[in-house]
Design a protein around this ligand. Structure first.
Ligand SMILES: [Fe+2]
Length: 178
């Protein structure tokens, strides 16, 4: 469920994402000046449901299309599931063997990482299981190049949230610049 849906129907989640106090706390944690993603970014905050057998996410980086770093924050909401957040650490460190981690994101637990640096995925859920995670993205710069912005919006909106989010995102972007 994308940022657009949350903006329409999830005022508490949106307020949490936008909380200045929480953002300052995160900034102290990672020692960076964190900012909200622009409104047209479908990933700014989102809900992920792993409720069907086989629901998973392949390993990836949350690559920043912005000029600075992008930090991902995960808040566990439901973890009635064998599905785990998988992280492979130190993939960019020459000479160091990667370290694998598998984490249950229990309700109220928080994970934060630099999306360009931590290779991660989600292991498949089984029949009858339920895992729900609220994710938030914070950036150190809200600027991105025009080409990166177009590519990012097309790829992300379609891959994660379906074609409807893509069109809604374009509409919002047009309104924001009008
Ligand atoms: Fe990710």
């Amino acid at each position: 469920m994308s940022h657009y849906a949350i903006a329409d129907d999830g005022p508490a989640l949106l307020a949490f994402y936008r909380s200045e106090r929480f953002r300052r706390f995160l900034g102290r944690l990672v020692r960076a000046d964190l900012q909200l993603c622009p409104d047209e970014d479908p990933h700014a905050c989102a809900l992920y449901f792993y409720t069907e057998a086989g629901d998973h996410m392949g390993y990836h980086y949350d690559t920043s299309h912005y000029k600075g770093a992008r930090y991902t924050v995960l808040i566990g909401l439901v973890q009635d599931s064998s599905s785990r957040l998988l992280c492979r650490l130190y993939t960019h460190r020459p000479g160091q063997a990667p370290v694998e981690m598998a984490m249950a994101t229990e309700p109220g637990s928080m994970v934060i990482f630099n999306g360009d640096k931590v290779y991660h995925g989600v292991s498949p859920s089984r029949e009858g299981e339920r895992r729900v995670v609220f994710t938030m993205e914070y950036v150190t710069s809200r600027e991105m190049g025009r080409v990166q912005r177009l590519f990012s919006n097309l790829k992300d909106a379609f891959a994660y949230f379906g074609i409807r989010a893509l069109w809604r995102g374009r509409g919002r972007g047009a309104r924001a610049t009008a």
